[in-house]
Design a protein around this ligand. Sequence first.
Ligand code: NAD
Length: 370
Amino acid sequence: MATHNLLLLPGDGIGPEVMAEVKRVIDFFNKTGPDRFTFEEGLVGGACYDAHKVSITDATMEKAKAADAVIFGSVGGPQWDKVPYDVRPEAGLLRLRKDLALYANLRPAVTYPALADASSLKRELVEGLDIMILRELTGGVYFGEPKTITDLGNGQKRAIDTQVYDTYEIERIGRVAFELARKRRNKVTSMEKRNVMKSGLLWNEVITALHAREFKDVTLEHQLADSGGMQLVRNPKQFDVIVTDNLFGDMLSDIAAMLTGSLGMLASASLGEVDPKTRKRKALYEPVHGSAPDIAGKGLANPIAMIASFGMALRYSFDMGKQADMIDAAIAATLDKGIRTGDIAAPGEKSVSTADMGSAILAEMEKLSA
Ligand code: NAD
């Protein structure tokens, strides 16, 4: 029986509350198998700042590097708004992404039938939606040099950001996209702005060549990122996997998120290189939402995004697709029964606590595994 070692970093605000539900899901799999999980916990974000005056310690970073996967809650809150910039809560997450070299960000946008009316789009456009936005996470304009603001001395300033991509960066994210598509509906849409950007031209060229060389069995389409954004709200079900750069991915994944209705439902994964010796990939799994200080400590948070993020860990780190499907099916069945936390309840509808939502999902998992 395989044993997987996890590092749990609950963080701040509702992070620990939703992570508590993941621990119950871990207990469930430790009882039912097929694999076993062990875990350690660590501090990150404001909680770590309060204890150690940094947003993540070197010791925790070492544990993150050694773990088979990091499961992350959320960080931040108004009480840390005035801490020095380099130790602000978000810096802990950024260091994890950087030091683990997590270059591929997977954001599924799935609309559960029971929640299709919560979307800002019409039910028929989003019902049954299941798309994956794959965003390049460590390159592009957010990191390119030079990145400066210069005083021109005539009352004007000049700001420069640099969009830069090398072939290998485009190739490795492209490879993740095609491999993902093979396990889904076998279609990749690559988005860039080749009409006005050199990086878009290279992006298009590299993805096209990679496809012809290694992934001819997958359907490849190219769209300009601006009209791709339009298509995403016009007819989102045309897509399967969308692969795009850091900047466009940041925007397109947030647009896709809103198609599904609620922040409390959105999971994500960030993946790095496969270690040639162990064949394991560095990986961090986290809900898209933040620490929700407005509801923290009240037992009101929706744990679905956090539980679904753990489901992604099963699928992408541990080859436990069947168990990941079981989590997704248990969430859908729970929603079908009308069980809602406050964020997804219709006005006047009864809502349950974080722990009750966790219990309802676990009850469905028990049924599905019986
Ligand atoms: P947020 O995601 O924390 O909250 C936005 C709104 O959605 C709030 O009304 C909140 O109550 C609600 N919400 C979010 N998740 C929910 C859940 N699981 N269940 C029910 N309701 C939920 O975003 P924000 O308010 O902009 O930021 C709050 C803090 O979180 C800030 O300090 C911000 O920097 C931080 N943040 C952290 C991350 C992260 O850790 N990755 C991401 C975004 C924001």
